[in-house]
Design a protein around this ligand. Sequence first.
Ligand SMILES: Nc1nc2c(ncn2[C@@H]2O[C@H](COP(=O)(O)OP(=O)(O)OP(=O)(O)O)[C@@H](O)[C@H]2O)c(=O)[nH]1
Ligand SMILES: [Mg+2]
Length: 322
Amino acid sequence: MSYRNLAVTELVERARTGDNRAVGRLLTLVERGGPVADQIAELTHPLRGNAHVVGVTGSPGAGKSTLVGRLLAEWVAQGFRPAVLAIDPSSPLSGGAILGDRIRMDDVVPEGTFVRSMATRGHQGGLALAVPGAVRVLDAAGFSPVVVETVGVGQVEVDVVAAADTAVVVATPGMGDAVQANKAGLLEVADVFVVNKADRPGASDTRRDLQLMLDLAHVTGQDVDEHGTYFRPEIVMCTATSGDGAAATIDEIHKHMAHLKASDGLSRRRALRVRAEVRSRAERILMDHLDRAISESDLLTDADPNPVSTAESIVSRITGND
Ligand SMILES: Nc1nc2c(ncn2[C@@H]2O[C@H](COP(=O)(O)OP(=O)(O)OP(=O)(O)O)[C@@H](O)[C@H]2O)c(=O)[nH]1
Ligand SMILES: [Mg+2]
């Protein structure tokens, strides 16, 4: 039977009964965007809320996919039903594509888990809508944890991880990775640090660098949120290739969730997530209006339009402040 012809209501029903083909079809539709994706968002919105959303980020080639494969195996062994959304760094800028030895997510995930790759190329900001939409589908389908793997370069990627319940930042020995993570704004969003490739020289230096940065953030009060809650991320040493440290990483991820629940941080974090998505959606609607207004504007047919007043007039027309 082809799933292409099924109505989205039917797909959502099937997804909830453990039909992974229906989940895959829904994710394809979410990725495509438009009115159908919006309809899926509306259907799945009331069904979400039980998944522990875990973001995993770090520099290209840090071993994120290898680590996630290990985490999944451990979670499955513990009786969880995890899923992964791997945001594929298809842009040459993010580096993933030029690393010949990168691990394909499908090669490392154990039986019983759901994996989906999403390409960043060609999305032009659509990722900000596609990722929350896809996470919601997986959540509504009963998966937990839902892991989102993304390379820690670029604001959209950092935002994706910041929107998770628990953000795991993967650093590696050498090349000042801890400093890089700090510059990319990852230090602020990290709830758990993993120093991966601990089998390589310099791993303890990376751990020390991270510790120093955390100390500094604590001294300056940067790590206390607006509600005065302080949570110091643990640093876990890990060798993802052998699986060493995977269980300890899971312990820290679970500890962080327990902290969120005990401190009321979970509902605050989820409220922020909704707010970020609403903002992205509103932005898209405004941009559509703007593009239309610009292409229809008679002001721009002038030989030499005044950029300042023309922009103001066009915005006034959209906002109705004419
Ligand atoms: N020595 C060592 N190598 C590792 C370890 N973990 C991963 N690797 C290797 O590092 C390379 C990149 O691993 P990936 O898991 O693809 O890294 P990634 O961070 O997902 O890469 P991108 O998604 O492309 O950014 C592979 O060759 C892995 O085998 C580790 O703990 N020790
Ligand atoms: Mg990867």
